[in-house]
Design a protein around this ligand. Structure first.
Ligand code: ADP
Length: 333
């Protein structure tokens, strides 16, 4: 699997402080030492894909500040091609200030910074030529302006590339989103995002049993293939060949940050390489499960060898506990 993956998206610095309890308005609470980590859904998915063995190009904007320099070196250190990532003069890099209560409850304040300035002219100047080639896969999220994602999806489509949208964070419905969904081949959402796209309240579908039917309804919005991630329960998918359910891999989960990003990266690589949907979803669930066993965003992302090892263990009938097996494919009529 050495297909080229182009990721158009956000880059953020995450600053986290763990506190005994979250401060109220006007209150100061002392916490532990600050933990700094590279983040942003775009950069996380680019780094995830590189660790999973893909050739990756990132397209995005950083500020011209110290965080930008650090974020760029994180990308380059993972072997991600950063030539289409520019430093925007006078801008601050994207920043997430995360306060985590000891029981895991958290608050996040996000400053999109340079990500907010990734408009259509900026996108065009960054890529200096076609965004992607016909054999490439292009992966987007929604942490950069929607019209830019739309333009990138259209350019990727025109080039004949496979387009994958991780519609996160949960989008607000509107005409641009509707048009965007018509430009993507593969849509990946979690339960909350799925509900949003179906015009339902965030928690309307929690505990839902028949997720494959909802995946099928999401296909009616445009994407030929829809994958819904269900946390520890795994994922469901619906595509032209039918519906499937992939149970989660049983792991000792400590922190699910990064799980969705690992999932999206692995799914995109596998589908880009022409693997069948059931195999791609199974691999993606393995990548997500491994990311859940470690703390942090980019720090927790697994390598290709780790995914291969988990899949090999799961395929071994002697190791039933790691099986996560039972992929059931029901063909569409
Ligand atoms: P998001 O963080 O975007 O809401 P999910 O929580 O659905 O995404 O996680 C993405 C994928 O990661 C899931 O489909 C699943 O395969 C895997 N995963 C997440 N949490 C766990 C867990 N606790 N145990 C096993 N797999 C998990």
């Amino acid at each position: 699997m050495t297909e080229r993956l182009v990721v158009v998206g956000s880059l953020n610095m995450d600053l986290s402080i763990t506190v005994p309890r979250l401060p109220g308005p006007g209150e100061t609470v002392q916490g532990a030492d600050v933990v700094r980590g590279a983040g942003g859904k775009g950069a996380n998915q680019a780094v995830a894909a590189a660790r999973l063995g893909a050739t990756v190009r990132m397209v995005g904007l950083l500020g011209d500040d110290a965080f930008g320099t650090e974020l760029r070196s994180c990308l380059a250190g993972e072997g991600v091609d950063d030539r289409a990532v520019a430093d925007l003069p006078g801008a601050a890099s994207g920043l997430a200030m995360i306060v985590v209560q000891q029981d895991g409850e958290n608050t996040i304040t996000l400053s999109p910074g340079a990500n907010r300035h990734l408009d259509v002219p900026a996108l065009e100047s960054l890529t200096d030529g076609p965004l992607a080639g016909p054999a490439d896969t292009v992966l987007f999220q929604l942490e950069v302006p929607l019209p830019t994602v739309m333009a990138a999806a259209r350019a990727a489509r025109t080039a004949g590339a496979l387009t994958v949208l991780n519609a996160a964070p949960r989008p607000d419905p509107g005409p641009v989103l509707t048009e965007l969904l018509g430009q993507v081949d593969v849509l990946v959402v979690n339960e909350t995002e799925a509900a949003g796209l179906l015009g339902l309240a965030a928690d309307a579908l929690h505990g839902e049993q028949d997720w494959t039917a909802h995946a099928e309804r999401l296909r009616e919005l445009g994407p030929a293939t829809v994958v819904v991630t269900l946390g520890a329960a795994g994922a469901v998918a619906a595509g032209p060949q039918g519906r499937l359910r992939q149970p989660g891999f049983p792991v000792d989960a400590v922190d699910t940050v990064g799980a969705g990003d690992a999932f999206c990266a692995q799914l995109s690589i596998a589908l880009g390489a022409g693997r069948p949907l059931a195999e791609a979803v199974r691999r993606a669930c393995a990548a997500g499960a491994l990311a859940a066993t470690r703390t942090g965003a980019q720090h927790s992302l697994p390598t290709r060898a780790e995914v291969d090892a988990l899949l090999a263990r799961a395929a071994d009938p002697a190791d039933a506990a790691a099986s996560g097996a039972g992929t059931e494919v029901r063909h569409a009529h």
